[in-house]
Design a protein around this ligand. Structure first.
Ligand code: PMP
Length: 407
């Protein structure tokens, strides 16, 4: 384990030195998107300055350089996730597109009337709506696995929900609202006993814990680059080779074809079959840089630091009157989601902003969770590797002021 030097880590993120209304920025909206280290920004700059060209089709020097860099990025992601093959890594726009790709192609090929798909009650809309639409179209049923008052799911209930018509289970690794780290390995083991494939929404896990798709044995794993200190507009779908080969293409056009005539088209091999059109080349390179950056810090260090932040914030939250935390799972990611009795989440967020503190307010794209707790919205402070205990102190001081002002 290398040394964890917080000041050094922070020095990689110039934005953290910004002043907001003349106050130092306290960035606690990391679950929405993380900030980008210099190495990622420099990679984008360098690509457009000296390497820019289109990939895979050019025989000239620049195009070959860009192609090599893009395919090297795929290799870096493959090693990062410990996939078996590079062609199991599909570049997409992000988690949402990765899930839509699977929901759309899987349902086209394998979902029939009377079948069902299981999701959990804590899914982001991105891992709910695509399945709901697929089920509606095929007259299949969307089954929902509930969570308890701590935000934990019950594996026995999952076994009860599964039946002969269950075609797929789609579940989040980490809840963006409750922070729950779901027991995905166990879920996959249960599902595979019945030969049911599992898709994991890894949007909130990928920056915080080591993900090993071979060890998990998941069939699909999705994440977004921008939540992993990488650029927006780039993400990954990992799929097991056998599944990706069984699914039809998602989009049609250049790159994904093998031979085209006016009458007939044959498709390219993996991974190109799922990468129609010009890829987000610089994004893939930037994402690979982000992965290198995260690996240079090390997940052991990241998890240790973020757990300290979570425990510190959770303890401090107990001193605030009327503060209710949603999600108290034993295994929880570094975020606190809360309401303050009698106050509106929007007012809290608006006033915290005046202190330079960026938090998220609203439903966090999980409206069913708001319905379950019967609230219109919540406030969420989510931490990353560069956040500090001093920032948490300032957050609670400011929150106390905000509560006084609003009361
Ligand atoms: N799933 C979860 C759990 C998320 O937190 C998010 C982003 N908030 C998404 C999916 C969607 O990610 P993106 O918008 O990057 O596609």
């Amino acid at each position: 384990m290398h040394e964890f030097d917080l000041n050094n880590i922070r020095s990689n993120f110039s934005i953290l030195e910004e002043k907001i209304y003349n106050k130092p920025l306290v960035y606690f909206d990391n679950a929405a998107t993380t900030q980008k280290p210099h190495i990622v920004i420099n990679t984008l700059d360098k690509f457009y300055t000296v390497k820019n060209s289109n990939i895979h089709r050019g025989i000239y020097y620049l195009s070959q350089q860009a192609t090599d860099a893009y395919e090297k990025a795929r290799e870096i992601i493959k090693n990062f996730m410990n996939a078996k093959h590079e062609h199991e890594i599909i570049f997409t726009r992000g988690t949402t597109e990765s899930i839509n790709l699977v929901a759309s192609t899987f349902s086209k090929a394998f979902l029939n009337e009377g079948d069902n798909i299981i999701i959990s009650a804590m899914e982001h809309h991105s891992n709910l709506v695509p399945w709901q639409m697929a089920c509606n179209e095929k007259k299949a049923k969307l089954k929902v696995l509930p969570f308890d008052e701590n935000g934990e799911i019950d594996l026995e209930l999952l076994s009860k929900l599964i039946d002969f018509n269950t075609k797929l289970i789609a579940i989040t690794h980490v809840s963006n609202t409750l922070g729950t780290v779901n027991p995905v390995k166990k879920i996959i083991e249960i599902a595979h006993k019945y030969n049911i494939p599992v898709l994991i929404d890894g949007a909130q896990a990928i920056a915080h814990t080591k993900v090993d798709v071979t060890e998990l044995d998941c069939d699909f794993y999705c994440f977004s680059g921008h939540k992993l200190y990488g650029p927006t507009g780039i993400g990954v779908l990992y799929g097991k080779e056998e599944w990706l080969n069984k699914l039809p293409p998602y989009q049609y056009g250049g790159e994904m074809i093998d031979r085209v005539t006016f009458e007939h088209t044959t498709f390219n091999v993996l991974p190109f079959k799922f990468e129609a059109g010009t890829a987000h080349i610089s994004g893939a390179l930037g994402l690979a840089s982000a992965v290198n950056f995260v690996q240079s810090i090390g997940f052991e260090n990241i998890e240790k630091h973020e757990t300290e932040l979570l425990n510190y914030a959770t303890k401090k939250s107990q001193e605030i009157e009327g503060m209710r935390i949603y999600g108290n799972a034993q295994h929880k990611a570094s975020l606190i989601t809360f309401t303050i009795e009698g106050l509106h989440h929007f007012d809290i967020g608006t006033l915290l902003d005046k202190f330079g503190i960026a938090v998220r307010t609203g439903h966090f794209c999980t409206q069913p969770i708001m319905d379950i707790f019967q609230v219109s919205g919540m406030v969420r402070a989510s931490f990353a590797m560069y956040n500090t205990k001093e920032e948490i102190d300032f957050f609670f001081e400011s929150l106390n002021k905000v509560i006084k002002m609003l009361r």
